[in-house]
Design a protein around this ligand. Sequence first.
Ligand SMILES: *Cc1c(COP(=O)(O)O)cnc(C)c1O
Length: 355
Amino acid sequence: MKHNFGAGPGILPHEVLKQAAAAVVDFNGIGLSLLEISHRSAEFEAVLDEAVKLVKELLEVPEGYSVLFLQGGASTQFAMVPYNLLPEGGKAAYLESGVWANKALKEAKYFGEVEVVATSKESNFTYIPKDFTIPADAAYFHITSNNTIYGTQLHKFFPSPIPVVCDMSSDIFSRKINVADFGIIYAGAQKNMGPAGTTLVIVKDEILGKSGRKIPAMLNYQTQIEGGSMYNTPPVFAIYVSMLTLNWLKSKGGVEAIAKENVAKSKVLYEEIDRNPLFRAVCAVEDRSDMNVCFVSENPEHEKPFLKLCDEKGIVGIKGHRSVGGFRASIYNALPITSIYVLIDAMQEFAERNK
Ligand SMILES: *Cc1c(COP(=O)(O)O)cnc(C)c1O
């Protein structure tokens, strides 16, 4: 077995993969594959209902919110959010904490004025700006809870006079959140929830229907809510595997239990990075992510040989994003702490060799 530190699509629990593989051949013993039954069959409706129920249970979603499983990835949400929330001639506020945030705000510019309340672009996003005012006259305030590429994470959310829209693609279900603090939460499944192909959206019903825009059916949250995520054929396999993963999470004690594990995992890894003379973390300490741990080698010539050593030890997906360089260990929910120890051993062995 490999130690999968890939940033996304990311690691899934092995038992989930086995169940998913079996369902592709024969779903629940019905003699048909999950992939060849109607999405409106009782069998699949039970899957979708269970997935929605698990989201509500695990995140304690309050009344007044709808849970959707859509397609098009988080990137489609970049456009769908302003399409639904931003009136003609209106304004939206964005916090630019990374490239994904930048892509989101660029899409919003097609729909109206965008006020960037703060950016850390000048430092290549090594920290999350916190000193800014949220304009009360904007339609919503968009943030990214975890900046996958840079390894920064918001450990405290901002009180806001306007609805907060949060891209939680790479840390959803990794810790407890208060859903009531948000107008919309969205997340592509493939980092911490399931396979690529579906996007979770949790939307506060009362913020919809106010933009005055005519919105095409597929991009309209209200159509999707009315259709129960089945306005058209939903991504059945991605929803099924997400449901299995959420069930796995529940069996492990839910988000509070996994949050403890996630903090323990990131802590030992950051400790090694801070201790090891060959490596260095670049992000602001207070913003360090518990999901994506980014670091560089002090000597750039050490980069290739360290990656080679990782490869020999079955450590995969550790190369940093091309815009940042260095290394990135993505340590999502399904990655066991034993894999972290294998990485730490490799770092220590490497330091020993290069004394
Ligand atoms: C991966 C990622 C995205 C893009 O997700 P897609 O589903 O590929 O569109 C957006 N935001 C964040 C924070 C991500 O990590």
